[in-house]
Design a protein around this ligand. Sequence first.
Ligand code: OGA
Ligand code: NI
Length: 368
Amino acid sequence: MSPSMIALVVEEENKKYQRGVKHLCDNGLTKVPTKYIWPETDRPIFTKPDKLIKPKQNLKLPIIDIAELLGPNRSHVLRTIAEACENYGFFQVVNHGMVGDVSRNMIEVCKKFFELPYEERSKYMTSDMSAPVRYGTSFNQSKDNVFCWRDFLKLSAHPLPDYFPYWPSSPSDFRSLAAIYAKETKEMFDLMVKAILESLEIDGEGDKAAEELKEGSQLVVVNCYPPCPQPELTLGMPPHSDYGFVTLLLQDDVEGLQIMYRDEWVTVDPIPGSFVVNVGDHLEIFSNGRYKSVLHRVLVNSTKPRISVASLHSFPLTSVVKPSPKLTDKHNPPQYMDTDFATFLQYISSREPKWKNFLESRKIHHIR
Ligand code: OGA
Ligand code: NI
């Protein structure tokens, strides 16, 4: 084949992958296409070059019982939150008040959405990062060299009336169920913010950041990971940190989420009905580095499809993200530059998502 012919074939192949993993799998697949094969050192079983992970126990994240948080043991629970945010960047919440039906219905209706014919789903495919609804595949499908084994649906969700009319109208109960889910996760976030600020010894009452977060942004990201014939060659999501303040993640009962803990990838044990909460880049900045947004990634498996719903919450898009003035002084200067949220989004949409390169670029290196 001539070079121009080869280029044509590659272009055709790439078009196929733009339609997503679900579409690829629906057409039958026994091997992972090269497009999805990650370099050996990034694959699931490797931590460092040539260092195989021994089969390990799953990680049990610190558990926060919301009922207890709201009772007489609050100060003890706040300390557990602080320790979890410092040592893991992650914790799980139980007794959070969202009834099982709301989360189960959300997972079910999302499953149904991904089972719609490709033509229906692809109505929402767009490269416009500011679109209120965005269907897509991989991490950044116009930039990624190697693709991830993941399709997604992203819904802007706060304030809800601004976005609701743009959400998918099929399946017929999608909008109403997703709206209940989005509203209740926002309430859970508001509760978490109060607790997190208190754990940093910030009085949320009248605090500018606290007020902004109440009217902040919310993005609901539904992730669909179809079964993969060779899960050892690929990733559902590459290592990344979440850009927002806090993410509330609902998983079905299939494991897959791994976090970087003590320099190793460890799988998080899913607790049915719980939420995984993680510190985002904006909270790391806001806490002046006391709380850490920790790298995480997703593995896929050969038998079970997996659905997760991540709700990313942060400041309004017009806000400036910076260390809280209540946590900095002469002796403890800001460790991060002020960053407007829009710059943040621009950056992450234009670069490889890997690692925490944006946060690194905002760090101030004090000379002592
Ligand atoms: C995310 C994410 C983890 C998962 O959506 O940012 O990290 O388990 N998801 O799907
Ligand atoms: Ni994430």
